[in-house]
Design a protein around this ligand. Structure first.
Ligand code: MG
Length: 340
């Protein structure tokens, strides 16, 4: 038997990563949840621990984005934002964060200060406490510049919890804004293309979007489409909810710059990460109202992009602009390494 090695594709958030994690980690863990909380079986954006009629919500992520500074943010802003967003999309109110920083020997102090400042700024804007952390230095070359791990803690009432398995046939799929900007920006920078003034990451907390969702009601599922883009997020929702999703290509909001860049490099924008958007499944009769409220609140590109149907369970299909239908598969391979 030949020896297997970890590849960058194993960290890209697609099929290879899901399979590796399932095989080497998740399948071996027997104690997978606390009481009736959300645990490893759900594999949602956050896990929960029930406490009376409330659930304590927990999520953790490591950030390895390359480059660490990019138009629209830096690794620090991304770390705090991404963690807030994973708490928010399960319906929770984010309360606190603990973080761990591993920095490479020789890293410039002024750059570290910039990163920390960005972390604190987002937390303060969102009224979230940073209540603990860890700081380590590794020898030059033993780590690439800086890695940040953030763990977020929030609270949600049981009846307000939104899980990936909640989509129902008849629901409409709504996206809160244009897709693919974070992914396009990072990928361009990694390819050595200067994007200043052209592309910028959409990195931003989605707490306000989720507040609007709660106010309108009828939201059955929500996800922040990060690694693997809306293709990955919607495939996960379709699979976990045992439904089929049909998208309409012409309804999906994509900035012209992102479209141009994708065509140039032969990438599908559906697979590019967003860091400040949400895709939700909402009751059909609430969908128009939700889009209206989102647009009123400044999310002007929010749109209904598809619907949920019974039929081919776990499939995401798309009616294309030219009139055909194609399958939107789960991302495979190393689309964009170190995107977040
Ligand atoms: Mg997420």
């Amino acid at each position: 038997m030949s020896r297997e090695y970890i590849t960058l594709a194993h960290g890209a958030g697609g099929k290879e990563m899901s399979e590796l994690i399932e095989r080497t980690i998740i399948s071996r863990i027997k104690n997978r949840k606390v009481d009736q909380g959300v645990g490893l079986d759900e594999r949602d954006d956050s896990a929960t621990i029930p406490l009376g009629d409330m659930h304590v919500v927990i999520t953790t992520d490591s950030y390895t984005v390359n480059p660490i500074f990019f138009p629209g943010g830096n690794i620090g802003k991304l770390a705090i934002t991404g963690t807030i967003n994973d708490l928010a999309v399960i319906g929770a109110k984010p309360l606190a964060i603990v973080d761990a920083l591993i920095v490479e020997e020789g890293f410039p102090l002024d750059r570290l200060e910039k990163i920390i400042k960005a972390m604190i700024e987002v937390a303060e804007q969102e009224d979230i406490a940073i209540i603990g952390g860890d700081f380590k230095v590794m020898p030059k070359g033993a780590i690439d510049k800086i890695v940040i791990t953030t763990t977020g803690i929030g609270l949600v009432k049981k009846e307000n919890m939104i899980l990936d398995s909640g989509l129902k046939p008849g629901d409409k799929i709504v996206v809160s804004g244009t897709i693919g900007e974070h992914g396009a920006t990072i990928l361009a920078l990694q390819s050595g293309i200067d994007v200043e003034g052209e592309l910028s990451s959409d990195c931003a907390p989605v707490t306000k979007i989720m507040e609007i969702c709660r106010k309108i009601g009828g939201v059955h599922a929500a996800k922040d489409p990060t690694r693997g883009g809306i293709a990955m997020a919607l495939n996960e929702l379709a699979r976990k909810s045992k439904v089929m999703i049909i998208l309409e290509e012409e309804k999906i909001p994509i900035r012209e710059e992102v479209r141009t860049y994708c065509e140039m490099l032969g990438i599908d924008p559906l697979y590019l990460a967003c860091e400040g958007r949400v895709v939700v499944g909402v009751k059909a009769e609430k969908a128009e109202e939700l889009v209206k409220e989102l647009r009123k609140a400044g999310y002007e590109e929010a749109n209904i992009i598809g619907e949920v149907k019974e039929g081919r369970e776990g499939y995401v299909l798309m009616k294309t602009i030219v009139g055909g239908i194609r399958i939107v598969e789960m991302p495979i391979g190393e689309i964009v390494p170190r995107i977040c």
